[in-house]
Design a protein around this ligand. Structure first.
Ligand code: AMP
Length: 282
């Protein structure tokens, strides 16, 4: 695996690869890699000639400074995982390399409601920061395919809009959420859960799954289902629910009818650790 820290040297290398007819698969990450990330590399390796992963904990997408400071970093372990998994290129830039002229974003895209609701409401500025770094990375890497996880449902919808609005020649491939055996969605933040919190965390996916089952059995209304999910999670001591919502799977707007393609999304805090998960319902 070749590691690049500078944009210019990476761009030169990619130019040569492209000239040689290689297609480029790209997986942007914030490190602290786990099997969820690995599932994205594997998909890229199947579909593209070259697989490139970036590790960059992006300061502009953290609305909470303490959350940024606490974000788990283990670059040696990450390099080991990437080498073992057969990743071809790692891009591991510094903050100065990515933001040489400071953090200000002069050409912000307006994603409208999509970026204002759910995560956008609870983490103000998060999606502006995320879109700012993803756009920078996409302009550097110019990948044929971009692999992202369904785990961050709203994020992949916004990135899909970003690609459209900027007319980038990249195809977004959204990959299914990788879960622990008990159903908890894998996340870099899970390492911060203590034993009790880890046990409780499984209730998020359990609740989402129950909602999906109930919808399959055609019993309650969407409103009742939403209330059921919210109540089930809020009833658990130590769990602070930020939202539990059933929304249109493409626009994230509240549903007008049961026949719309829909997704249940949840965000909770357990013992100071913020976790999100979602489940497609139809
Ligand atoms: P992160 O390092 O958390 O920013 O995530 C980098 C990429 O990995 C994003 O596209 C995430 O959606 C994806 N990802 C994170 N966790 C999982 C998971 N459990 N399953 C699949 N993809 C994931």
């Amino acid at each position: 695996m070749i590691i690049f820290k500078q944009i210019q040297t990476l761009e030169n290398h990619l130019k040569t690869l492209r000239k040689g007819g290689k297609t480029i698969g790209f997986i942007p990450t914030m490190g602290a890699l786990h099997k969820g990330h690995v599932s994205l590399f594997n998909r890229s390796k199947k579909e593209c000639g070259v697989t490139l992963c970036s590790i960059f904990v992006n300061p502009t997408q953290f609305n909470d400074k303490a959350d940024f400071n606490r974000y788990p970093i283990n670059i040696d372990r990450d390099i080991e995982i990437l080498s073992e998994e057969g990743c071809d290129i790692l891009f591991f830039p510094s903050v100065e390399e990515m933001y040489p002229r400071g953090f200000e974003n002069k050409s912000k895209i307006d994603f409208g409601f999509l970026a204002q609701t759910l995560e956008g409401e609870h983490r103000p500025g998060h999606f502006n920061g995320m879109a700012q770094i993803v756009e920078k990375l996409l302009k550097i890497v110019r990948p044929d395919e971009l692999f992202m996880g369904q785990k961050d449902y709203q994020q992949q919808l916004i990135v899909s809009q970003l690609i459209k609005k900027r007319r980038l020649k990249t195809e977004l491939v959204t990959c299914p959420t990788t879960r622990e055996k008990d159903g908890l969605a894998m996340s870099s933040r899970n390492v911060r859960l203590d034993k009790g919190s880890r046990k409780l965390a499984v209730e998020i996916s359990k609740t989402l799954k129950k909602v999906k089952l109930k919808i399959e059995n055609r019993t309650p209304s969407i409103k009742q289902l939403q209330e059921y999910g919210l109540k089930r999670l809020s009833g658990l001591k130590e769990m602070e629910v930020e939202y539990f919502e059933i929304r249109n799977a493409l626009t994230l707007k509240p549903l007008k009818s049961k026949s719309e393609k829909s997704v249940a999304l949840a965000a909770v805090k357990i013992g100071g650790v913020r976790l999100i998960d979602n489940w497609l319902l139809n």
